[in-house]
Design a protein around this ligand. Structure first.
Ligand code: MG
Length: 379
């Protein structure tokens, strides 16, 4: 189901202690606001409006660089003013999810549960039953409160767009709701309680950030991709391999520059993120890739991985040929690949081997490259 989302990131987060407002702090190396945006885009959001403080529009562009499908707008002094601003920026009759940037661990599974529930009701909130005994009091207990039927409401919260907009239209401007569901409830909306998740903790107090940092590691997995390519030798005086031009008594035949090394690497990276293969992205039938330098193919795959929140851990390229000798050019290839992929040199391996005269590489009809790439990516 198509949906749009409003991510509220305009708060000061005063309870979180000194420093940057919490949405802009780093968690697992990424700005906290980016976690939610990546997850919502990954879950299929067609339009994500990020509501930020007026002086944070540039910061949002930096924090969300490389992602497509979001836009930032200025929020108001209170959370509800920011939600109202987000609602006015949206069009259409899609379901809308309202989410607090301070809950970074939202996943596609949460979104699916909300959208499924929304088919039968006006709104749906992720919520957890209260497991602890509840006390009311100050320094001393005044009473023990029954927890029966009590839930902790989380975000995202999902609504039919017009229903929520109409509810906000009649909500008093001088009253601040603690969540969006309460606005809808007062307007008579039926709001479903949907199974929430302890991982959807709200970063509020300084100690929450330490716990979140530990959880952040558990929310990313390592995926591996494999790539293989071969090109035929033909007339020429040089080959391009691993992004490096090497003088040789023959050339390599191909539609682009025939750099089998970078092609194998590109396919390995596309494989790790399950984004098809190099031929799908750069069809050989398309004349614009004729003679093209292959670094742009690899850079394109890197950009796709980054857009998914991926971080390239390592690459390992093996070139299989009798000649030219790779050893003298190994470090130049490593440096070139590291530069194209924007990763440190010590994460790039280039190896070479022969097939001892056997097969097409042994007969020097052509050469082959195999590559493995490791990518750390959100779960
Ligand atoms: Mg190729």
């Amino acid at each position: 189901m198509s949906f749009s989302a409003i991510v509220v990131a305009a708060g000061e987060g005063l309870r979180a202690g000194p420093g940057e407002p919490k949405a802009w702090r780093l968690l697992g190396g990424r700005p906290i606001v980016r976690w939610s945006i990546e997850a919502l885009l990954g879950a299929g959001a067609s339009d994500v409006v990020v509501v930020v403080a007026p002086d944070r529009l540039a910061a949002a562009a930096d924090a969300l660089e490389g992602l497509a499908g979001w836009r930032a707008i200025s929020g108001g002094k209170t959370r509800s003013q920011s939600v109202r601003a987000g609602l006015s920026a949206l069009r259409g009759s899609h379901p809308v999810l309202i989410h607090d940037a301070a809950r970074p661990f939202v996943t596609a599974a949460h979104v699916e549960r909300l959208l499924a529930a929304l088919e039968a009701v006006d709104g749906a909130v992720l919520a957890l039953p209260v497991p602890d005994t509840l006390k009311r009091g100050e320094a001393l207990v005044a009473e023990t409160v029954s927890r029966e039927g009590l839930w902790r409401a989380q975000t995202p919260q999902a609504f039919h767009f017009e229903r929520l907009r109409a509810a906000y239209a009649v909500w008093p401007a001088d009253e601040e709701p603690t969540d969006d569901a309460s606005v809808a409830e007062r307007a008579g909306a039926r709001v479903a309680l949907v199974r929430g998740d302890p991982m959807l903790m709200k970063l509020t107090w300084p100690e929450d950030f330490q716990m979140a940092e530990r959880l952040a590691g558990s929310q990313r997995i390592v995926r591996t991709g494999f790539g293989l390519d071969a090109h035929r030798f033909g007339p020429g005086d040089a080959v391009v391999l691993g992004g490096v031009r090497i003088s040789h008594d023959r050339g390599l035949v191909g539609h682009s520059d025939a750099d089998a090394g970078l092609h194998a690497l590109t396919d390995a990276l596309l494989g790790a993120i399950a984004e098809g293969d190099i031929g799908q992205h750069f069809p050989p039938s398309d004349p614009q890739w004729k003679g093209a330098a292959s670094d742009r193919f690899l850079a394109h795959a890197v950009a796709l991985a980054q857009a998914k929140g991926g971080r390239i851990l390592n690459v390992d390229l093996t070139l299989v040929c009798e000649r030219p000798k790779i050893g003298p050019h190994r470090d130049a290839m490593r440096a070139r690949i590291a530069a194209i992929m924007s990763i440190p040199l010590d994460r790039v391996s280039v190896k070479a081997t022969t097939t001892e005269g056997m097969g097409f590489t042994g007969r020097e009809e052509g050469l082959m490259a195999q590559a493995v790439v490791g990518v750390e990516i959100p779960l």
